[in-house]
Design a protein. Sequence first.
Length: 159
Amino acid sequence: MYDHKISATDKLTLYRDLAAALEALVAGEPDGVANMANAAALIWDTLPDLNWAGFYRNIDSELVLGPFQGRAACIRIPFGKGVCGTAALTRTVQRVYDVHAFPGHIACDAASNSELVVPIVRDGLLIAVLDLDSPSTGRFDAEDEAGCVALSGILARAI
Ligand code: SME
């Protein structure tokens, strides 16, 4: 049984504990799908106020849905479209305070109001993006961004 109950109250500790739990969870496992699935579950369990947490993979320069937690979502997203496609095309983190103000935002779940998308890059190649959605406007701050960038570094070697 994996029991990674993380109960830190400050974000710095929360993300440090989450990163340590993720490292432990993927250690020695070469299967990327298994590692993405467990990562999505761990993030979903640990971070409050999310309605979606998961991955879109770069398959021949198109984003294709990967393992996630939350409601069924759009399967394919072209590079450059929506928040995920913008993160993939520009390889920059997209931290969106209000998704309804983001041009071209793809509303997979009407409950989403803010979003954080982090590119996962290995050896100069975009492998996937990590996508977190929240029902709360402005849910993600700079600490969430830094914490998720750290997670993407671990994932870059594990997926
Ligand atoms: N809202 C995203 C699409 C993916 S879902 O949030 C799961 C976007 O605009 O890229």
